[in-house]
Design a protein around this ligand. Structure first.
Ligand code: F6R
Length: 379
């Protein structure tokens, strides 16, 4: 069943180009062009979810929470709608005050996470209890299990079509959730006319190229990352840095590493390092920084240099053939230089491989890490 791969996790990492291809084929009208007056996104969501929409609030846990943070950037930047992302376990007991015309989204690959389901149920009930129509519930689920408890709780679902994931560490379901947010953000942008049709066409074209780009990263990086992993068999702490839309990817890289390798890892917004975590740095703490072309590229490079000045070993997820990056980092994990907004789909791939190879090198049970379960159905 592992089709020649040593672990399900590695097999599932390699399934990601196919998952992205399926998502694009399922949810985008790939023949769309900027002169058409039809919606390029085929999520099939009911219009009344979106009427007069003023806010989006998202609840999720773990890796799904990271995908939701990417979603926040996309919805805010492409569709201009203020978006809040909450941990379901926090939101349940300290919900934000009700906002008007709000779309509530629950993100859970299993569709069974107890905290996420309870947060959604609580939100639905408290909104139903008000008479004010502007506060009425509008609920949407994003899940890989359209037959799950989530689907029975909320009236609208985006099925992420990643196929069953066996490795406990989420990889292909994460990519598929992120894809769902591109489609949702584009759908909203089209309805609200926040983007020029040419820009929509450009994003669709870039999304269509993603499967090939992920394949290129997998092919060019795996051997190198497997070698690189040898350096970290004794490492106890890692720091992951990112900014903007790649900040959630730094969080995700750190989470993948800690859950399967049991190495302590922290993800941080690169600009926050100087407010505390920089005190941790020395030659024993490797720093992984994501520095992709766009609004924060120079800033991340200078944050990385601050770490270098403390003797940290620097690993960079950087654009291919970039001299400045080659000069800054000790090790390079290059990915094709795509539009900043699309870059998380590529930057997460080397981080998944890094976590996988470090854990495999340590001889750990990658698919069944200690203390973890695939569905967390208890509080
Ligand atoms: C990370 C991981 C967990 C889950 C979390 C939420 O690799 O597997 O952090 O992401 O338990 O699970 P779902 O998405 O099923 O709600």
């Amino acid at each position: 069943e592992k089709q020649g791969f040593k672990h399900f996790m590695l097999k599932e990492i390699y399934e990601q180009p196919g998952v992205v291809r399926t998502c694009v084929e399922t949810y985008l009208d790939t023949t769309w062009s900027s002169d058409r007056d039809t919606n390029p996104v085929t999520l099939g969501l009911a219009d009344d979810l979106f009427t007069d929409l003023e806010h989006v609030q998202i609840v999720a846990c773990g890796t799904s929470w990271h995908a939701s943070l990417v979603g926040k950037y996309l919805i805010e930047q492409l569709a201009g709608i203020p978006t809040m992302v909450q941990y379901a376990s926090e939101f349940r007991y300290s919900p934000s005050p009700l906002t008007r015309h709000t779309l509530t989204i629950g993100v859970t690959q299993s569709g069974e996470t107890a905290d996420t389901l309870a947060a959604l149920e609580m939100e639905q009930k408290r909104r139903q209890a008000t008479e004010d129509l502007a506060l009425a519930p509008r609920m949407l689920g994003i899940t890989n299990r359209p037959e799950s408890s989530l689907a029975r709780l909320v009236p609208h679902i985006i099925d992420t079509h990643a196929g069953i994931e066996i490795g406990v560490a989420a990889t292909k379901t994460f990519i598929a959730q992120v894809m769902a947010f591109y489609f949702l953000a584009l759908d909203l942008a089209y309805r609200r006319q926040t983007l020029k049709p040419e820009r929509i066409e450009q994003i669709i074209e870039e999304l269509r190229q993603m499967p090939g780009q992920i394949e290129a990263v997998l092919e060019s990086q795996e051997r190198y990352i497997e070698e690189l992993a040898h350096n970290f068999s004794e490492t106890q702490d890692f720091i992951f840095l990112g900014r903007g839309i790649n900040f959630p990817i730094a969080l995700e890289g750190a989470l993948k590493l800690k859950e399967i390798s049991y190495i302590h890892a922290e993800g941080y917004p690169a600009g926050e390092m100087k407010h505390g975590p920089i005190a941790l740095l020395d030659a024993k703490v490797p720093v992984v920084a994501i520095a992709m072309p766009g609004t924060v590229y120079d800033k991340v490079l200078s944050n990385a240099q601050e770490a270098k000045a403390r003797d940290a070993q620097l690993i960079g997820v950087v654009p291919l053939n970039d001299e400045e990056a080659e000069f800054t980092f000790n090790s390079l994990l290059p990915v094709p230089p795509v539009d900043e907004l699309l870059s998380p789909i590529l930057t997460v791939i080397p981080l998944q491989l890094l976590a996988y190879h470090i854990a495999a090198r340590r001889g750990l049970d990658v698919d069944q890490p200690r203390n973890l379960a695939k569905s967390v159905t208890v509080e």
